[in-house]
Design a protein around this ligand. Structure first.
Ligand code: F6P
Length: 504
């Protein structure tokens, strides 16, 4: 038996005390499992005390981490070694934040300088008046900018950004309806510069500029890509191509030139603050050992729920309107990274990999889906994410009620409530974790995202999988391409659907 299999066997054999029992010494438990991590300004509290982790499980998962060479894999990530083995690449998102191989850090700094120069030039009017920017990208080339802008640019921005991802023309039409072609820039964001949705949307946006009287539509185009030569061949002027390294994964690319619209909207200092917040988590993740490492501790809880408790999903509720796009961002980060069925050697996994990540915003979700969380037959571990400082200037009652509801849900899931009437009984003993930001700032958002990146990496190491490839998305794309081309044969159901839509 391998040492990892032995560690799993021990973990499965451990008694699993309920939360009520674990909270007999509640204050000591909170002191042990809740930590405040300082940032340049303010801090983030990571409270994992309402999860089912106890000392025995922490030790058991630490043994698993040792068996999976967690320290070695983490060191490899920070050394810039090839950790994405199926694609023979390092994972260089941390280089954007100053960590990793010197050459990668230097390259990232040089590319940031180029990006900053273009942002500053646009702000100083080199491209004429720019009031709007339509940022076109999909997946990792859209979700990060959309989240950051929705969280941080609510009070107005130097340039108003409209993120368009879907190929459904309704998305681009809605953005174009809010812009004036004469003062609009198009940011074409695609790591590969081959994504059909993005290139089709970009072509339509250029046609819209032309129809709107812009003499040189390509002159209003900025490309954000790891394939600069393709961008130039596509017609983007080299001076407005902002490259990033091939080692930066799509869903990890917010920190690279994919963050261009964030810098354009917030100014360079805002973007730099986001990088600094992420760097604070990088330093913690690199240096903290065992369960004191908050990203690793979170991964321990994740695996407790999927492997030991049989949970198939994990929910994340942002009790803050500014973070309403966080669940969608985490869905790609976690499911595209760790939704795998084989290990790094191509051997089928013995147990589950990533659970389904889902979620929404509080308090809205309380009035929609929380019924199942409290009384359904499925057990769903929940992350609550909130900020102490309000984002609004209204009556403080708004934020007070928001926070008390957030904390009440975690308390209710844990405590439950007995009743002789089954329909009115709450079983309780349902685990949750709470991430409490002092405030939603560029720095704390950067830290929050980087925390989840490293949590995802830690999960992958413990599972023995490669979180940096995503071959699972290719088959559907191939079939769609065959349909576009015509002439191929499909199953009877698909053929009938194509015919029904007038496409076959
Ligand atoms: O289809 C999945 C995917 O490759 C994601 O991994 C990526 O973030 C997205 O598509 C967009 O890819 P690109 O940035 O190359 O257009």
């Amino acid at each position: 038996m391998t040492t990892a299999a032995f560690a799993w066997q021990n973990l499965h054999a451990l008694p699993r005390p309920g939360l009520a029992e674990l909270f007999h010494h509640g204050e000591a438990r909170v002191a042990a499992l809740s930590a405040r991590l300082a940032l340049g300004e303010g801090a983030i509290t990571f409270d994992w005390s309402k999860t089912h982790l106890d000392a025995a499980h922490l030790a058991g998962f630490e043994a698993l981490a040792q068996a999976m060479d967690f320290d070695g894999r983490r060191a490899a990530l920070f050394a810039g070694d090839i950790v994405n083995t199926t694609e023979q690449r390092p994972a260089e998102h941390i280089a954007q934040r100053g960590f990793g191989k010197d050459s990668a850090v230097e390259e990232a700094a040089a590319l940031h300088a180029r990006m900053r120069a273009l942002v500053d030039a646009i702000h100083s009017g080199v491209l004429g008046e720019v009031r709007h920017c339509i940022h076109i990208g999909i997946g990792g080339s859209a979700l990060g900018p959309a989240l950051a802008l929705d969280a941080l640019a609510r009070d107005g921005a130097g340039v108003e950004i409209h993120v368009v991802s879907n190929i459904d023309g309704c998305a681009l039409e809605a953005a174009m309806a809010r812009c004036d072609p004469a003062t609009t820039l198009i940011a074409l964001a695609s790591k590969t510069f081959t994504t059909i949705e993005t290139l089709t949307n970009a072509r339509s946006a250029l046609a819209w500029l032309e129809a709107g009287g812009v003499a040189d539509p390509h002159g209003r185009l900025v490309a954000l890509t790891a394939a600069p030569e393709r961008a130039v061949a596509w017609g983007v002027d080299e001076t407005r191509v902002l490259p990033f390294g091939e080692g930066v994964g799509g869903r990890y690319s917010l920190w690279s030139s994919i963050g261009f619209p964030v810098a354009l909207a917030l100014g360079w200092d805002g973007f730099a603050a986001m990088l600094a917040g992420a760097a604070a988590i990088d330093a913690h993740f690199r240096d903290a050992t065992g369960a004191a490492n908050l990203c690793l501790r979170a991964a321990f809880a994740d695996l407790y729920y999927t492997h030991l408790a049989g949970c198939q999903t994990r929910a994340c509720f942002a009790y803050d309107e500014r973070l309403r796009l966080l669940p969608a961002y985490l869905q790609q980060l976690e499911m595209e990274s760790n939704g795998k069925r084989v290990d790094v050697n191509g051997v089928p996994l013995a147990g589950p990999s990533a659970p389904i990540t889902w979620g929404g915003t509080g308090t809205d979700a309380q009035h929609a889906v929380f019924q199942l969380l409290h009384q359904g037959t499925l057990d769903v571990p929940v992350d609550f994410i909130a900020a102490i400082a309000p984002g609004d200037d209204l009556d403080p009652a708004h934020h007070r009620i928001l926070l008390t509801n957030c904390f009440a849900q975690g308390a209710a899931l844990m405590a439950g409530k007995p009743s002789r009437d089954g329909a009115r009984a709450y079983p309780g003993n349902r685990g949750s974790a709470t991430i409490l930001l002092d405030d939603v700032t560029a720095e704390s958002l950067g830290a929050l995202i980087a925390f989840h990146e490293h949590r995802t990496f830690a999960n992958a190491v413990l599972l023995g999988i490669n979180p940096f490839d995503q071959f699972g998305v290719e088959l559907g794309k191939d079939i769609a391409r065959q349909m576009e081309k015509g002439g191929a044969h499909f199953d009877a159901s698909t053929t009938a659907l194509l015919r029904a839509a007038g496409l076959g």
